[in-house]
Design a protein around this ligand. Structure first.
Ligand SMILES: Cc1cc2nc3c(=O)[nH]c(=O)nc-3n(C[C@H](O)[C@H](O)[C@H](O)COP(=O)(O)O)c2cc1C
Length: 324
């Protein structure tokens, strides 16, 4: 049975809650009308230390926007989106209006299904190679959103390790950063947000160190055997460094993540390197002087591991409000 526009919009907002976000802050709110949804950034969920200019908040909202539109497409609804439609209301990031019906494409249905199974892989990747054709598809879907995905050559990995380690050293030396991280790591399961300690892993086991969540005992994770030898590293970058590009980068990241699931790949952000200006400059140099790197990613074939708990999500009612 086909869904009404109102039901499809409700499903879209629910699907958006499965989107990944920086520190699992889920920094958005949805406003519902009969045939539209408005996406707002939630300034109360911004991270003042990690994200002072709101780049990562806006990017996370872009992921939610793409997840929502993926649900609409899979439910057979066409839509029209205005991004940042009102300069007087900068928190209003997007207005989505349903415009009619269409037959869902198989790719839309698979991507919608991927919103349910995707999660951030912080375990080691296997020794399976990432096929070049799969990487090309990830590049294409990012480009479809006007965002570039640059894949690093294997020989650049050492330079990436240096830049990431530099960023992590500076961040961990900052008490305000450590307090913000602790707040969003240890405030477990109370409000359906935060990064649970048992989903993180020890940074030293990896070829490129993952974020140090400051948790001594990392439970439930299989250390694996491959030391990420076949993982690929990539950077999402835009043409400008402003909210419109950050939102698009989030949409591109969502498209990359959901397509990766379809390709049998796992993609995880290693983003500390893009949060520290000097490390971000290294990242840019490493890629021949690209402008506006937004986010670094690792891409690989993940081991199938059981026992890692899912990261919690907020109650949809907490993130939505309705027209009367
Ligand atoms: C913009 C952004 C940056 C992120 N940076 C990191 C990171 O540096 N290290 C990390 O382990 N996870 C990072 N994540 C993953 C989030 O912590 C993760 O999406 C969130 O905890 C929800 O878990 P899930 O992706 O498994 O659903 C990032 C996610 C986003 C959207």
């Amino acid at each position: 049975m086909s869904t009404t526009a109102t039901d499809a919009l409700r499903m879209a907002a629910e699907a958006s809650l499965r989107a990944p976000s920086i520190f699992n802050t889920q920094p958005w709110r949805w406003h519902f009308g009969a045939d539209f949804l408005e996406l707002y950034a939630d300034p109360d969920r911004q991270l003042p230390v990690v994200d002072p200019d709101r780049r990562l908040t806006t990017l996370s909202c872009g992921i939610a926007l793409h997840h929502a539109r993926t649900a609409l497409a899979a439910e057979g609804h066409t839509d029209e989106v205005s991004r940042l439609p009102d300069p007087g209301r900068p928190d209003l990031l997007a207005h989505i209006r349903t415009t009619g019906r269409s037959t869902p494409r198989p790719a839309d249905i698979r991507r919608y299904a991927a919103t349910l199974t995707r999660h951030t892989n912080r375990r080691l990747f296997t020794n399976q190679r990432v096929p070049a054709e799969a990487l090309d598809r990830l590049l294409d879907v990012a480009e479809g959103q006007g965002i570039h995905l640059y894949v690093l050559q294997h020989e650049d990995t050492t330079a990436l390790v240096t830049a990431v380690s530099h960023a992590q050293d500076l961040q961990m030396a900052n008490p305000a950063y450590r307090a913000e991280l602790a707040h969003w790591t240890r405030q477990l399961q109370t409000g359906g947000d935060c990064v649970p300690a048992d989903t993180v892993t020890a940074p030293v086991r990896h070829r490129v160190p993952v974020r140090n969540f400051g948790v001594e005992e990392c439970g439930g994770l299989n250390p694996g055997t491959g030391f990420d030898q076949e993982a690929r590293y990539a950077v999402l970058a835009g043409n400008t460094d402003e909210p419109a590009s950050w939102l698009r980068a989030g949409e591109a990241l969502s498209a990359v993540l959901l397509t990766a699931v379809d390709e049998g790949l796992a993609v995880s952000p290693i983003n500390d390197v893009a949060e520290v200006p000097s490390a971000r400059a290294h990242l840019s140099e490493m890629l021949g002087g690209i402008e506006n790197p937004f986010l670094a990613l690792q891409i690989g074939v993940a081991e199938s591991v059981t026992g890692v708990p899912a990261t919690p999500r907020r109650d949809p009612a907490d993130a939505t409000e309705f027209d009367r």
